[in-house]
Design a protein around this ligand. Structure first.
Ligand code: MG
Length: 263
C-alpha cells in the first residue's frame, strides 16, 4: 500500500489542509481521515487524481530523523574512512524535512552542497530495545531520502549538526510503501541527467534489523520517526539550479531542485 500526504485542490471541497491518502495503480488517491500511522486506514468518500494534488513529505517526523553514516563500504572508502565496527548515528532535525518537488535551499554559509541518496525507514510505533528478530513489528513502511549535506561545514565543524541540519536538507518521498521488503533493490541517484550513484541496498554494512536494534538500544523511537540508512558511493556536489532524483526499485523517485546559490 502506498501512503501519500498531499495538499488538495480547493475544487475537491475538503479544504486546503494537508491530507493523507492511499495511492492505487491507476494514480487515484483514496482520501483518508487523519494520519494512518496513528489512526489506521480510515477512508473517506473522496477520491482524487494524483495529478490534481501537490505531494508533500509522506510523514511528519514527530521528534527526529536518525541517520546512519558510512553504511556502505565503497562510500566509507571514498570518504577515506574505515568501515565502522558498529553503526555511526547522528540526527537531522525534523525541521529539515521537505517533500517531493520542493526546493533545497542553498545556505549562505555553505560552499558545497552534496546529495546522498538513501533508503528511509518509517517507524510505526513507540519502541525501545527492539531485538533484531522483532524489528519488522515496529516498521510502518519505507520511503526515499536525500541526506543533503554542506560538505565543507561537515569537515570544518568536526561534527555534523550544522552541515546536515539546515532547513530543506532532508527531502523525503514520494510516498510510504508499507509492503516494501528490503532486498537487492537498486538505489540510483541522477543529477541533471547523469547517473551518480547506482548500487543495490543489499550492499549496506549494517542491515535494517541491526540498525533498528542498535538505535533503539540508545533512544526511544516514536511513531513517525524516520531512520535514514546511509548512502552508497558516488556522492558529490550539486550546482545552483540542479535537479536531483533518487530512485529505489519499488519505492518510486524523489525529485528536488536546488535553489540559486545565496551570496
Ligand atoms: Mg547520509
Amino acid at each position: 500500500m502506498r501512503i501519500v500526504r498531499f495538499s488538495p485542490p480547493e475544487s475537491a471541497g475538503i479544504g486546503t489542509d494537508p491530507h493523507f491518502g492511499v495511492l492505487n495503480d491507476s494514480d487515484q488517491i483514496l482520501v483518508l481521515r487523519g494520519d494512518p500511522i496513528y489512526s489506521g486506514i480510515a477512508p473517506t468518500e473522496t477520491t482524487l487524481a494524483l495529478s490534481q494534488v501537490r505531494l508533500l513529505a509522506p510523514v511528519i517526523p514527530r521528534s527526529k530523523v536518525v541517520c546512519v553514516g558510512k553504511n556502505y563500504a565503497d562510500h566509507a572508502a571514498e570518504m577515506n574512512s574505515e568501515v565502522p565496527k558498529e553503526p555511526v548515528i547522528f540526527l537531522k532535525p525534523n525541521t529539515s524535512v521537505i517533500g517531493p518537488n520542493d526546493t533545497i535551499q542553498w545556505p549562505r554559509m555553505a560552499d558545497r552542497v552534496d546529495f546522498e541518496g538513501e533508503l528511509a525507514i518509517i517507524i510505526g510505533r513507540i519502541c525501545k530495545d527492539v531485538p533484531r528478530e522483532k524489528v519488522s513489528d515496529v516498521i510502518y513502511g519505507y520511503t526515499i531520502a536525500n541526506d543533503v549535506t554542506a560538505r565543507n561545514l561537515q569537515k570544518s565543524d568536526g561534527q555534523w549538526s550544522r552541515a546536515k541540519g539546515f532547513d530543506t536538507f532532508c527531502p523525503l518521498g514520494p510516498w510510504i510503501e508499507t509492503d516494501f521488503i528490503p532486498g537487492s533493490q537498486q538505489l540510483e541517484t541522477i543529477l541533471d541527467g547523469a547517473v551518480k550513484q547506482s548500487e543495490p541496498i543489499s550492499s549496506m554494512i549494517f542491515k535494517i534489523s541491526e540498525i533498528v536494534e542498535f538505535i533503539t538500544s540508545v533512544m526511544t523511537l516514536l511513531p513517525g520517526d524516520v531512520i535514514i540508512t546511509g548512502t552508497p558511493a558516488g556522492i558529490g556536489p550539486m550546482e545552483s539550479g540542479s535537479t536531483v532524483s533518487v530512485s529505489i526499485d519499488g519505492l518510486g523517485t524523489l525529485t528536488n531542485k536546488v535553489s540559486s546559490r545565496a551570496n
